[in-house]
Design a protein around this ligand. Structure first.
Ligand code: NAD
Length: 295
């Protein structure tokens, strides 16, 4: 079994390395000189990397990258190749990508991930998979190497749909938790007291109990290390915008999701995209987000 791995960045690099460690032959391609690829045989074009592959995994920045890449490589792929796109992209782009693949006589799944760079390195990612049942069964053994869980969410695009719906919940809930802590501070509540109540009551959620935006109550949360590591605010903004775009395309009123995208956009403009998304609490405290949206 030969796997072509296209996109050896922060996520793809360690994922490809884990496949090599598990004994797979991996043909990698990434145009960036900085790409990481321990053990991966590097090729100097995507076409060359996919020529002998049974499976093609992509981990690219956007839907445009995936569609452009597929258009370039599909004519060179062997018949029946399994295409697995792990990038986070627009649902409509994911469906279009799957159509291109199946029209060319191959099989496709979208398989975006959660778990971040730490999960990619440790092989503990969660995959949300969209595609035919047979294609899901074919990809499961590889996903078992790369992650701890793979959930078949439905037809093509369903993996991306699950990812952006989940992350819309996460973005909105992190803002809600941040507002609650900021209000609690003004009301004289200690962080620990609010945490002890909310984490065991109806305010309980992942943004509070695992990624708590204030230092102290959850020692492993990024707030304890100046919001370094964790899930970058720029990626949260990207996912909220994908959710917004899907909501617009499908005529669904996601008012809080849209507002969350505006708030993260203002925050990223002020502080840059790199800090953990729980640092949004600093913007809540500073009143940055009280401004009316400009667009
Ligand atoms: P990254 O920018 O580090 O890596 C993307 C890589 O793709 C780059 O090295 C780039 O040179 C390469 N690339 C661009 N066009 C290419 C092409 N045609 N062929 C081959 N390689 C090409 O980004 P990342 O953090 O690894 O994220 C990748 C995807 O995973 C994104 O869609 C992102 O939203 C998603 N994701 C990231 C995280 C995270 O924590 N970083 C978490 C979940 C999902």
């Amino acid at each position: 079994m030969t796997i072509a791995f296209l996109g050896l960045g922060n996520m793809g690099g360690p994922m490809a390395a884990n496949l090599v460690k598990s004994g797979e032959t991996v043909h990698g391609y990434d145009p960036a000189a900085t790409a990481r690829s321990e053990g991966v045989a590097r090729f100097d074009s995507a076409i060359a990397a996919v020529a002998a592959a049974d499976v093609v995994i992509t981990m690219l920045p956007s839907g445009k990258h995936v569609l452009d890449c597929y258009r370039e490589i599909l004519p060179s792929a062997r018949p029946g190749t399994l295409f697995v796109d792990c990038s986070t992209i627009d649902v409509a782009d994911a469906r279009q990508a799957a159509e291109l693949v199946t029209a060319a006589g191959h099989r496709a799944v979208d398989a975006p991930v959660s778990g971040g760079v730490v999960g990619a390195e440790a092989g503990t990612l969660t995959f949300m998979v969209g595609g035919a049942t047979e294609a899901f069964a074919a990809v499961e053994p590889f996903l078992a190497v790369l992650g701890a869980r793979a959930i078949h969410c439905g037809a093509s695009g369903a993996g991306q749909a699950a990812k952006i719906c989940n992350n819309m919940i996460l973005g909105v809930s992190m803002i809600a938790i941040s507002e609650a802590f900021a209000l609690g501070e003004e009301l004289g509540l200690t962080h620990q007291a609010l945490f002890d109540v909310a984490s065991t009551a109806s305010g309980q959620c992942w943004a509070l109990t695992t990624n708590c935006p204030v230092p102290g109550p959850v020692p492993a949360s990024p707030a304890n290390r100046e919001y370094s590591g964790g899930f970058a605010s720029g990626l949260m903004l990207k996912d909220l915008r994908l959710a917004e775009s899907a909501a617009r395309d499908n005529d669904v009123a996601t008012l809080l999701g849209t507002r969350a995208a505006e708030l993260y956009a203002a925050f990223v403009e002020r502080d840059g995209p790199g800090r953990d998304f729980s640092a949004i609490i600093t913007a809540v405290r500073d009143g940055l987000l009280t401004k009316e949206p400009t667009a």
